[in-house]
Design a protein around this ligand. Structure first.
Ligand SMILES: C[S@@+](CC[C@H](N)C(=O)[O-])C[C@H]1O[C@@H](n2cnc3c(N)ncnc32)[C@H](O)[C@@H]1O
Length: 257
């Protein structure tokens, strides 16, 4: 405790030394006066915004739990999505994958969920669709199957804890699935991004925040194609709410040639 106080005091005096009167010949600058008058919460918020700007993180969407929906719908237009492995069930993933307009080729989705009530509710909403296998488990990261190469797409969106989700990402990365695309929701969180370091390639969809990271080994995808895909999404960024599945599906659907 005492150590913390000492650290706090020494950093304050360092700031005074740099921005205080001595630094500008005895007069306070307007900037330093403003900073001193601002409540600490405001300065923290401004600092966070500056970091977000540098890392190209847009303002958080008003429907943060659905910002992966446009990305998933768009991915189904540039790759074959027949088998999906999902960590963390819900309306904007499980039910979206089962939507036959958005994912016309889907044959199977295996979903791992650690909240039994939530799993039951999602399964109920899936109305007995036999393409869904819902697996209720005690710990998602500890239940990642050994073989996951059979899946075209893996979505990692489990738990409300970044630490637990990071462990799920690491478990998936350790399996080194070939020919599988791994999508990670809330990818702007540093620990999630760091957990994808062992993949051969990573692309981040930044159009909406929370962002979606896409990672893969080998030649499963190309960054150029994902960049083009993101441009198609970005065209509708201001006109379509992220949770409007039907309109995103229509907007992103490629007409057969
Ligand atoms: C981000 S949510 C998963 C959302 C899901 N992948 C989707 O896109 O709809 C993460 C976890 O929160 C838990 N959860 C509990 N109540 C929830 C609710 N009302 N909505 C969404 N997730 C909930 C579940 O365990 C779920 O796996």
């Amino acid at each position: 405790m005492a150590k913390c106080q000492l650290l706090g005091e020494s950093s304050r005096s360092l700031a005074d030394h740099v921005t205080g009167p001595k630094a500008i010949g005895g007069r306070l600058s307007v900037r330093s006066v403003i900073i001193r008058l601002m409540p600490r919460t405001t300065t923290r918020k401004l600092a966070r915004q500056a970091v977000d700007r540098a890392r190209r993180v847009r303002r958080r969407d008003e429907t943060p739990y659905a910002t992966h929906a446009p990305v998933l719908i768009a991915l189904a237009q540039v790759m074959r999505v027949r088998r999906v492995l999902e960590f963390g069930a819900g309306m904007y993933s499980t039910l979206l994958f089962l939507n036959r307009v958005a994912f016309p080729e889907l044959m199977e989705i295996v979903s791992y969920e650690d909240d039994a009530d939530w799993a039951k509710r999602v399964a109920l909403d899936a109305a007995g669709d036999d393409r869904l296998s819902m697996r209720t488990v005690a710990s998602v990261p500890e239940c990642v199957p050994d073989t996951i190469d059979d899946f075209d797409l893996i979505l990692i969106d489990d738990s409300s804890s970044a630490t637990i989700r990071t462990r799920t990402v690491l478990s998936v990365a350790n399996r080194r699935p070939i020919n599988t695309l791994v999508a990670i929701h809330d990818y702007e969180l540093r620990e999630l991004a760091l957990a994808t370091r062992s993949f051969d390639h990573v692309y981040c969809f930044r159009t909406f925040t929370p962002q979606v990271g896409v990672a893969w080994f080998g030649d499963a995808m190309s960054k150029r194609l994902l960049s083009q895909t993101e441009s198609r999404i970005a065209r509708h960024r201001t006109s379509l709410p992220v949770a409007d599945i039907a309109r995103w599906t229509t907007a992103l659907h490629r007409q057969p040639k």
